[in-house]
Ligand binder design. Structure first.
Ligand code: AMP
Ligand code: ZN
Ligand code: FE
Ligand code: FE
Length: 286
């Protein structure tokens, strides 16, 4: 049977709702053969995921790095998936720590803006609920849902709330620096949901060409935020540039509705990632 490979999921180490241990068990229950843990700007979930790995499941250790492209003003935020890199690489680890710290400052500022408009949510409660994981807008969205101010996470990401009115930029890593650092750490960088127009501004194809020259390994084509036409465009671009193509769920537990394995990656693409990796190896138990 063809292995089922999902290379993009989040745990409570960032803004998912399953712990890393619960995530790998859920991945096995969902019938996955390979799952990547890719929390935002952190490797904090790796060890717990390895320790809980069920028999028959292979774990790819990764992260989703918050990046920014400064080629236009204002700069465009984008996400880089990084696989199998050395988590101890000093410069990469420093950059991730800086981004995590900046996310806390930004999260608290967003909450203060909401409070200034009379919205009664507590930063202490939000940071406590995040439990030491990388803080993101989904944690603030959850607080808005708990306070019955919005009906759903989707509504909380709407223009009246975190999508626009109370949106503040993050301090991200320059995308060329991120690609270089991931490679220096022996990792394999893949551009996450590069055409997700429904999330906001996207970068031009010319940037993807330049990133391929700079060491980018692949593009995520199949993703719930891509229309079929957008996914097809990404596949065409990858073929032109000799980049590998992935598909993944971007599972966030109950912070999103998507299921594990909703989109998947072909074995050949997964093998190309493993062949390029020099940091850590995939882990299989039993
Ligand atoms: P942040 O990293 O703090 O800017 O928050 C972005 C995170 O929120 C990403 O991981 C997205 O997966 C998630 N997100 C963005 N838009 C939505 C949405 N409409 N519904 C649920 N989650 C979303
Ligand atoms: Zn997220
Ligand atoms: Fe993302
Ligand atoms: Fe993600």
């Amino acid at each position: 049977m063809t292995p089922v490979i999902d290379l993009h999921t989040h745990s409570t180490a960032s803004d998912g709702t399953l712990t890393p241990a619960e995530l790998v068990r859920a991945a096995a229950d969902a019938g996955l053969d390979v799952v990547a843990i890719t929390d935002h700007d952190t490797t904090a979930g790796w060890d717990a995921a390895v320790a809980a790995l069920p028999p028959g499941l292979t774990l790819v250790r990764g992260a989703e790095i918050s990046c920014r492209w400064h080629g236009v003003a204002p700069a465009v935020p984008l996400h880089l998936l990084a696989y199998l890199f050395d988590p101890g690489h000093p410069e990469l680890a420093d950059e991730l720590a800086r981004v995590r710290a900046a996310r806390e400052v930004r999260g608290e500022r967003i909450v203060r803006l909401l409070q200034a408009d009379g919205i009664d949510i507590s930063w202490t409660q939000i940071i406590t609920a995040a439990g030491g994981g990388t803080v993101g807008r989904p944690h603030i969205a959850a607080a808005l849902v708990r306070a019955n101010l919005v009906a759903s996470t989707t509504e909380a990401f709407g223009p009246d709330w975190l999508g626009e009115r109370y949106r503040l930029p993050k301090e991200d890593i320059d995308v060329f620096r991120a690609v270089a650092l991931v490679r220096a750490a022996g990792g394999v960088p893949v551009f996450a949901h590069p055409r997700a127009t429904r999330r906001g501004r996207i970068v031009p194809d010319e940037l993807i060409v330049a990133l391929a020259d700079a060491g980018l390994a692949g593009l995520e084509a199949d993703h719930e935020d891509h229309s079929p036409a957008e996914a097809a465009h990404v596949r065409g671009l990858a073929a032109d540039l000799g980049l590998l193509v992935t598909g993944s769920s971007d599972f966030h537990g109950t912070h999103k509705t998507v299921r594990l394995g909703a989109h998947t990656t072909a074995v050949a693409a997964f093998e190309r990632i493993v062949a390029q990796a020099r940091g850590v190896t995939p882990v299989a138990s039993g």
